[in-house]
Design a protein around this ligand. Structure first.
Ligand SMILES: CC1(C)Nc2nc(N)[nH]c(=O)c2N=C1O
Length: 160
């Protein structure tokens, strides 16, 4: 199995429940185990502000699926949460992003690895650092990037 990190996000239809349910569904993916889930974080939307706050988390999977097979599974999961893409960067019930895949750098039409937005989004970087502080982006440990970017606007939810 290879390690893969997934970014989860929701700001529609009870976002906290959407994210918690998606974490359980990641465990059920074929040839895949959920190894770790970060705490959940609430934050104001980056980009268009006229939408509800987001709930975000990051999960670590151990999977035998290839990157594209895993991406297919993630997109199928998004559909099952009735993801309706009305406007670009608009509200959504569930976003699942493949952030990192062990030993894989790619710039394919469907998938760029590592995910290009990681280092500028504290709602991704901070939960990623919670479960993978020693992963490196370029030459920098994720923990250092998260510390530099800061936790402004991020509220950690009580884990239950
Ligand atoms: C709309 C946009 C860019 N903003 C976001 N903003 C936050 N806080 N969290 C997200 O997951 C998120 N996802 C997006 O796609």
């Amino acid at each position: 199995p290879r390690l893969a990190y997934i970014g989860l996000g929701s700001n529609l239809d009870d976002p906290e429940h959407q994210v918690r349910r998606a974490l359980a569904e990641l465990e059920a993916l074929p040839l895949t185990r959920l190894e770790a889930g970060s705490p959940l974080y609430r934050s104001a939307p980056m980009g268009p502000q006229d939408q509800p706050p987001f709930i975000n988390a990051v999960a670590r999977l151990a999977t035998q699926l290839s990157p594209l097979a895993l991406l297919d599974q993630l997109q199928a999961l998004e559909q099952r949460h009735r993801r309706v893409r009305r406007r670009h960067w608009g509200p959504r019930t569930l976003d699942l992003d493949l952030l990192l895949y062990e030993g894989c750098r790619a710039r394919w039409p469907r998938l760029t690895l590592p995910h290009p937005g990681i280092a500028e989004r504290n709602f991704v970087l901070v939960p990623l650092a919670d479960i993978a502080p020693d992963e490196r982006l370029g030459d920098t440990p994720v923990s250092g990037l998260a510390r530099a970017l800061g936790r402004d606007g991020l509220q950690r939810l009580a884990s239950q």
